[in-house]
Design a protein around this ligand. Sequence first.
Ligand SMILES: Nc1ncnc2c1ncn2[C@@H]1O[C@H](COP(=O)(O)OP(=O)(O)O)[C@@H](O)[C@H]1O
Ligand SMILES: [Mg+2]
Length: 239
Amino acid sequence: MSKLGLFDLAVRYGKLTALANLSFTVAEGERLFISGPNGAGKSSLLGAISGAVKAAHGRVEMDGEILSGRAPEEIARRGLSMVPEGRRIFAGLTVQENLLVGTGQRRDRGAVADDLATVFDSFPILGERRHAPAGALSGGQQQMLAISRALMTNPKLMLVDEPSLGLAPKIVDEVYERLCALQALRGLTLVIVEQSSARAARVGGRMLLMRGGRIVADGDAAGFAAQDLLTEAYFGDAA
Ligand SMILES: Nc1ncnc2c1ncn2[C@@H]1O[C@H](COP(=O)(O)OP(=O)(O)O)[C@@H](O)[C@H]1O
Ligand SMILES: [Mg+2]
């Protein structure tokens, strides 16, 4: 478990402000959805937390320690793991090789084998197909693989960018069932980018609604579904 704090965090790409001074905290063990239309700044937000995107201003803290300015590997060592948008698995490598990418520097080979066994316990299909090329897996299985790879560093806090992208609704149900089960089992703090606020409401948790690099609403996802705020965030004018 882990507590996260963002203070006045800003991201700019040249003249474009992708994130405008955001501040919020995420409690230990919380499930937080980030929703909002394309270009709202959701991925930039996750990137700024994980260290993949440089913040122009402000800071990120985890359990009271400042993460900003540290290298992504260092942030990962402190227990923060990221499942990137679009999964980014290596199609030509086997399932097991994909899981071992990034563990090459670790000296504790026994612990790595244990982590692998734990992942295969949670996702038996990945164990069965450990020697198959990852590109031969279905879309849903590839998403499970991307999640499993992030679990290999034993995170306390996991950031997941659009896990439902390109998957059939039934498969999305399955992915969220697994994510919620893992969260309960490991006491993870989860921050999930999910474009569908209806989906977030069904899964349950807190939801931040973003638009144009700002937070326009923050509350229980279930309470959002009927609100005009959503329509406004997705279709309204900037004014
Ligand atoms: N590497 C980049 N260089 C320049 N502009 C970017 C880059 N990444 C994202 N943007 C822009 O920043 C804004 C926010 O993008 P992003 O964080 O990807 O939003 P979302 O994930 O909500 O779709 C968009 O206007 C996007 O075009
Ligand atoms: Mg995105």
